[in-house]
Design a binder for this molecule. Sequence first.
Ligand SMILES: [Zn+2]
Length: 107
Amino acid sequence: MNCYECKKRIKDFLNDSLNSKTTIEFVNHVRGCKECMEELSIEYLVSEGLKRLDTATSFNLDHELNDKLNEALSKAKFNRYFGVICGIVIFAVAFTLGLVLSTLFTY
Ligand SMILES: [Zn+2]
């Protein structure tokens, strides 16, 4: 992912509307790119700050953003892993079923 694509996806990331693959690419990019990380921090500050204007609780946005990045990454990785496992299981079942059926119909 390049900076242009990354910046285009900041809002989607903050709304949790990126798919697993894009989330992993996004997090990997902002972690290694100071400029995009800065842009993400600002967007996060604006969106979260506005939401919390009423509640006078203090918050540590840097810390929270980091948590959000970690959480998004592990969730995305889990989903991808889960998807691969599901794919393998479905393939195995279909393959076995095909084998059973072809054995049944040859006799
Ligand atoms: Zn960048």
